[in-house]
Design a protein around this ligand. Structure first.
Ligand code: DGJ
Length: 727
C-alpha cells in the first residue's frame, strides 16, 4: 500500500490513478486542495481567492483570508461560509457558530468500521489506509473527526465524520453531512437516478447551473424516487471519456445530495443524511457518526466509474458466502398466484420448475397468519398451515425432494391493524398517540427505534428460519414512514427518529443475517424502493422493480448499472402480456432482459405450453453456462436506451476469455440497424469465436459487429464470444 503522505501541512492520499490532497491552512482550517487524476504533492495548493467586502474573514489582521470562499473539507454554518454547511449545530447557549481548527491527525492501516452503520471494508490492512483528521473548537468543546480511506486497488475515497460533544451540556446537530467536496471553477454536469414505484433509477442528466440543485428522500427510506447516488462530471463526459466523480451514500434512510454554485463559480457537492426533520441531541461525551460516502474517481468516463463501484461493492461491501457466487435460478410465485394459492397450486408450479432446471422455489407473500389479501396479518410470522396444507417444514421438504432449494418472503418492518401482534402491542406501530394515522397498503410501520420491537422481530423471524430448510429470504418493505414519532423517545429526541429507525433496521439485519450465514438474502421495497449500498452490506441482491416488463426493465437495469454490480440486481422473466403494462413481448426478449444479474422466473409455469417449457429449459441451461461471467465479469454499457430506444451491454470475464453481449430493441419504430456495435474490454491481439466465425479482439472493438433485422418489436440478441485457444 502506498502510504498517505504528510508534508508541508498537506496530506496526500493516493494510489496509482488518483490523488486527494488536503491542506491545513496557516490559520488551521482544513481545506480541500485537489481531488482527481494522480498528481504529485509539490505545486498543489489552495490559492487565496479574490475577495470583496461581502467576503467575511475571521482575522482582523488578515482580511484577505476568507475561508468562506475557499474549498473547505467540513464547513460549518453561521460563520464566513454562506454555502451549504457540512455541519450545522446548536450549542448549549443557543448560538451556532463554530471555529473548527485542525488539532491532530493519525494514519491507520486498513479501514475501521463505523459503529452500527454499514461501510466498505478491507479483508486485510494492506488494502487501504485511513487518515483521521481531528478538528476542534476548544471554546465550545466540540470535536470533529474526519475519516478518509484510500485504497491500493480501487479508485475510491471513503469519507465519513464523527462529531463529539466534550462539553457538560447537550448540543443539537441540525445537519451532519457525510461529505463536502468543493470543485474548481468549470463547466460541469451531473446524473442522478430518479423515478417512481415501477420506474426506478431512470437516468437524468443536467447541466450544473448557478444556485442550488440536487435531490433527496424524505420517506424514511432511500426510496424509489431518488437513489442515493450522484455522478458529477466535467461537461461532455461520456461512457469512455472525461473526469467523473461518483458520490454514493452507504445509507438506506433519508438522504440529500446537493450541488451548489454560489458567488464564485466553484461548485460544492454535499451529501449525507437529509437535514429535513433531523435534530440529533448529543449529551455530554456522546458522539454521532455519519454514514459513509463512497467517492469514486474516473478519468475515463462513466463506464470506468461504474466498474469501480461494481467491483468495490461486490467484493468489499457485500458480505457472506454468496457475494461472488452465481446465484441460484429461482421461481417466485408472486405474479403466478398473488395471494391466491394452496399447496396443490404451489406444488404444480414447483413440478414444472424442477423439470426446467430451476434451482430455488420462492414462496412470496400470503403464507402466514390469515393473509389472503393486503389487509391483514403483517407481524404474525407463523405459517398458515391450513393454506399450506401442512407446516413450512413439510413444504420445504417437498420442494427439496424435487431437487430445489426453498425460500420465503417476509415483510418484518410492518404491522397490520388486523393482526395478533397489533392487538397485543398497538403502541409498536409508528404513530402519534390519540391522533389519526396515515395508512399505505392498509398497513403501518413497526417502530424499529424500540429495542423491544427489534428483539421480538429477530426472535420470531429467526424461529421461522430455523423451523425448516429455508435457504433464501426476500426481505420486503412496502410503504414509507409517516407520522415519524416514537413513544419511547423523549420530546427533544424525536428529531432522531428517522435515523434511529435505520440504525434499528441495521441492527436487526445484522443479527438475522449473521446468525444465518447459509441463507441467501434479497432485499426489496415494492421493487427498488430501497436498493441502496446500505442494504447491500446485509443482502447481496435487491429486487430491482415491481415492473417486470422486459422493455421497461431495460431502462431500470441500465440505470442500476451506473452504481450497482449486476450480480446484485434481481431480474425475472414474467408473463406476457405483462401484468403491469399489458405489453406483449417474446419469451426470448424477456430472457434477454432478465438474464442480467440474479435471474429467475415469476409466472405460472404450470399454465405454460410445451414449447415454452422447452424454450425455458434451454434458457436455464444457457444461463447456467454464462452466469459466472454475469456475476464477476467487467460490465460495459454499449448503447444507451435513454438516448437510442435500444439497449446493449457487455460482460467480459476477468481473464478476457469469454464475453457476453446483450442487445435489445426498446422501440422498433425508432431503431435503425446497428452497423458497428463496437465491443469493449477484449484482448485486442487475441482471436475470438462468435458463432462459426473468428474475429480478432481488435476487429470486434474497432469495427464492431453488425446487427440487422431490428425493425421487429422484441428483437434481441445474446451473443456469446469465446477466445480461440491456440492449438
Ligand atoms: C412487493 C414486492 O416488490 C413484490 O415482488 C411482492 O413481493 C409483493 N410486495 C408482495 O406483497
Amino acid at each position: 500500500m502506498l502510504p498517505i503522505e504528510f508534508k508541508d501541512k498537506k496530506f496526500h492520499l493516493y494510489n496509482k490513478n488518483l490523488s486527494y490532497i488536503i491542506k491545513i491552512s496557516e490559520h488551521g482550517d482544513v481545506l480541500g486542495a485537489y481531488f482527481g487524476a494522480r498528481t504529485d504533492l509539490c505545486g498543489v495548493d489552495v490559492i487565496r481567492p479574490v475577495c470583496n467586502s461581502f467576503s467575511p474573514y475571521p482575522y482582523e489582521d488578515d482580511s484577505s483570508y476568507t475561508p468562506g470562499i475557499m474549498p473547505s473539507e467540513y464547513p460549518v454554518s453561521n460563520g464566513c461560509d454562506y454555502r451549504t454547511p457540512a455541519l450545522d449545530i446548536t450549542l448549549p447557549d443557543g448560538s451556532k457558530t463554530l471555529f473548527l481548527k485542525y488539532k491532530e491527525h493519525k494514519i491507520l492501516n486498513g479501514k475501521p468500521k463505523i459503529n452500527g452503520l454499514p461501510s466498505v471494508y478491507t479483508e486485510n490492512d494492506a488494502e487501504a489506509q485511513t487518515l483521521v483528521i481531528t478538528e476542534e473548537d476548544n471554546g465550545k468543546n466540540i470535536t470533529v473527526n474526519l475519516y478518509y480511506a484510500v485504497f491500493e486497488d480501487f479508485n475510491a475515497i471513503c469519507r465519513h465524520a464523527q462529531i463529539i460533544n466534550n462539553g457538560e451540556n447537550p448540543v443539537f446537530l441540525n445537519s451532519a453531512q457525510s461529505v463536502c467536496a468543493d470543485f474548481p471553477e468549470g463547466d460541469y454536469e451531473y446524473i442522478h437516478l430518479c423515478g417512481a414505484h415501477t420506474r426506478e433509477k431512470h437516468i437524468e442528466r443536467n447541466a450544473v447551473h448557478q444556485g442550488s440543485q440536487g435531490f433527496e428522500s424524505r420517506r424514511g427510506a432511500s426510496g424509489h424516487t431518488e437513489n442515493p447516488f450522484l455522478a458529477f462530471f466535467e461537461k461532455g463526459a461520456n461512457e469512455k471519456n472525461g473526469n467523473v466523480y461518483g458520490f454514493s451514500l452507504v445509507y438506506s434512510g433519508n438522504h440529500k445530495f446537493e450541488i451548489e454554485l454560489e458567488n464564485c463559480a466553484a461548485p460544492r457537492v454535499t451529501a449525507g443524511i437529509n437535514p429535513f426533520s433531523f435534530r440529533y441531541k448529543l449529551d455530554k461525551e456522546e458522539s454521532f457518526s455519519t454514514p459513509e460516502a463512497v467517492l469514486v474517481f474516473s478519468q475515463n468516463g462513466l463506464g470506468e466509474m461504474s466498474q469501480t463501484y461494481h467491483k468495490l461493492y461486490r467484493t468489499r461491501l457485500c458480505r457472506g458466502k454468496f457475494k461472488n457466487l452465481p446465484r441460484p435460478i429461482l421461481i417466485n410465485n408472486w405474479e403466478a398466484t398473488y395471494f391466491n394459492f394452496d399447496r396443490e397450486k404451489l406444488i404444480k408450479i414447483a413440478d414444472t420448475a424442477s423439470k426446467i432446471g430451476i434451482e430455488l422455489f420462492v414462496l412470496d407473500d400470503g403464507w402466514f397468519g390469515k393473509r389472503d389479501n393486503s389487509f391483514s396479518s403483517l407481524g404474525d410470522w407463523f405459517a398458515n398451515e391450513e393454506k399450506l396444507g401442512g407446516n413450512l417444514k413439510s413444504l420445504a421438504d417437498a420442494i427439496n425432494k424435487k431437487g430445489m432449494k426453498f425460500g420465503l418472503w417476509f415483510e418484518p418492518e410492518m404491522i397490520s391493524e388486523d393482526s395478533n401482534l397489533y392487538r397485543a402491542h398497538p403502541d409498536w406501530a409508528i404513530g402519534i398517540p390519540n391522533r389519526p394515522k396515515h395508512y399505505a397498503r392498509h398497513q403501518l410501520v413497526l417502530d424499529y427505534t424500540r429495542s423491544d420491537v427489534r428483539d421480538y422481530i429477530v426472535k420470531t423471524v429467526s424461529n421461522v428460519l430455523d423451523s425448516a430448510n429455508i435457504e433464501y429470504v426476500k426481505w420486503d418493505m412496502n410503504r414509507n414512514i409517516t407520522d415519524a414519532f416514537s413513544q419511547k423517545l423523549a420530546p427533544d429526541r424525536q428529531g432522531e427518529f428517522y435515523h434511529r429507525y435505520i440504525l434499528g433496521l441495521y441492527e436487526v439485519l445484522e443479527k438475522i443475517t449473521s446468525s444465518h450465514p447459509n441463507i441467501l438474502f434479497e432485499s426489496c421495497s415494492g421493487g427498488g424502493g430501497r436498493c441502496d449500498p446500505g442494504m447491500l452490506y446485509y443482502m447481496p441482491q435487491c429486487w430491482a422493480s415491481d415492473n417486470t416488463d422486459a422493455v421497461e426493465r431495460l431502462y431500470i437495469q441500465y440505470g442500476s448499472s451506473l452504481v450497482y454490480p449486476m450480480s446484485s440486481v434481481g431480474t425475472h422473466i414474467s408473463a406476457s402480456p405483462n401484468h403491469q403494462l399489458l405489453r406483449t413481448t417474446s419469451l426470448s426478449m424477456r430472457a434477454c432482459t432478465a438474464m442480467n444479474g440474479a435471474f429467475g422466473y415469476e409466472l405460472d409455469l404450470s399454465a405454460l405450453g410445451g414449447d415454452e417449457i422447452e424454450e425455458m429449459k434451454k434458457q436455464v441451461e444457457f444461463y447456467k453456462r454464462i452466469r459466472n461471467v454475469i456475476t464477476t465479469g467487467t460490465f460495459y454499457r454499449l448503447v444507451n436506451p435513454f438516448e437510442k430506444r435500444q439497449a446493449s451491454w457487455q460482460y467480459v470475464s476477468e481473464d478476457k476469455e469469454k464475453s457476453i453481449v446483450y442487445y435489445s430493441v426498446a422501440n422498433a419504430l425508432s431503431c435503425q440497424p446497428i452497423k458497428n456495435l463496437k465491443l469493449r474490454g477484449l484482448d485486442e491481439n487475441a482471436e475470438y469465436k462468435l458463432g462459426d466465425t473468428v474475429y480478432t479482439g481488435r476487429t470486434l472493438m474497432n469495427y464492431g459487429i453488425f446487427i440487422n433485422d431490428i425493425e421487429t418489436e422484441s428483437f434481441n440478441r445474446i451473443i456469446e464470444i469465446e477466445k480461440v485457444t491456440p492449438i
